[in-house]
Design a protein around this ligand. Structure first.
Ligand code: ING
Length: 304
């Protein structure tokens, strides 16, 4: 079996405070990228909404104040340095950010990730499908989770892209909890799924599950990796951000479902792993050989 090896990094980011400007944060991303490159990585995964604080935790009524959290062009003035640093080192990366775009005369706002190749070209885009939380201010909560208010439903589906010498898919945060995310990407041949997340430890509607957040985080990704025979590279924004505790647990998961590398702390941290994309075949040619074993005809509700 020929190998298709590469070294990947989950570049975990500690808290980004509301007062942190993009320049400071992009500087942190570049430092993480440089360290990952120094240690041999050619692909780096940054978190969801990596350029700003996780602003859906706040009820923001002023349109201009809200718009300040979105990027109207990536690469753009605030991110060009990151693209240039990555291209100079020949490192591809995944970046999550809030996207503001005018489509057919309407302003659309998405929770977006892009896949950037080693030459600095955007070769893939994904817009978050599973938006958790709520659409209206709920003052009873210690913090809001207004993704349903601040983002439109992602309109690109779950595409896969030819990149890194194989087939790469992307998703964002809550998407990872839905088996359908990994299954659609798996059916489209994804050999590696890159994702970023911002996950509060406290879940106001079920506080008894707060103690399970780290377990649930890995459970859903390990299951997704195993059932679809793909690598998962997952990067957290972690730590106490704007008074809200975000879990860490950034990791790289093999197609067997094993966590092969994991963050040790809750700050900026490079989590490095050797990936061989050919190892997906251990699963896809055997236990989860879809063509041989899968029975879509019996999965009615899944495809209704
Ligand atoms: N955050 C969380 C996530 O899905 C959440 C929302 C937290 C859901 C805790 C369930 C439990 O990881 C985002 N941004 O989707």
């Amino acid at each position: 079996m020929t190998a298709r090896r590469l070294v990947v990094a989950a570049a975990q980011l500690g808290p980004v405070q509301p007062e942190d400007g993009r320049e400071r944060t992009v500087g942190r991303l570049i430092a993480l990228l440089r360290e990952a490159h120094r240690r041999g990585a050619t692909f780096v995964v940054f978190p969801e909404l990596a350029l700003t604080t996780f602003f859906p935790r706040r009820f923001i009524e002023d349109e201009r104040e809200l718009d300040a959290f979105y990027e109207s062009s990536v690469p753009g003035p605030d991110t060009r340095e990151l693209f240039e640093a990555a291209a100079a080192l020949g490192v591809a990366f995944y970046l999550g950010f809030a996207e503001r775009v005018e489509e057919a005369g309407h302003v659309r706002r998405f929770n977006t990730s892009i896949l950037v190749d080693e030459r600095g070209a955007v070769v893939g885009r994904y817009r978050k499908v599973h938006l958790p939380g709520h659409a209206d201010h709920e003052p009873w909560r210690p913090f809001q989770h207004l993704e349903k208010r601040y983002f439109d439903h992602g309109n690109l589906g779950f595409p896969v892209f030819d990149a890194l010498g194989g087939t790469v898919g992307m998703c964002l945060c809550n998407d990872r909890r839905w088996p359908e995310t990994f299954r659609v990407l798996g059916l489209r041949g994804a050999e590696l799924v890159a994702l970023g997340y911002n996950t509060p430890r406290h879940y106001p509607l079920a506080p008894e599950h707060d103690r399970l957040q780290d377990f649930h985080n890995h459970l859903c990704m390990q299951a997704g990796a195993y059932a679809n025979g793909c690598w998962v590279v997952a990067s957290a924004k972690a730590g106490i951000e704007d008074g809200c505790e975000l879990i860490g647990g950034s990791c790289v998961i093999a197609p067997t479902g094993e966590i092969v590398a994991q963050a040790q702390g809750l700050g900026d941290e490079v989590v490095l792993a050797d990936v061989d994309l050919e190892r997906c075949r251990e699963i896809r040619d055997n236990i989860f050989d879809f063509a041989t074993h899968r029975r879509p005809g019996d999965y009615g509700p899944l495809s209704d």
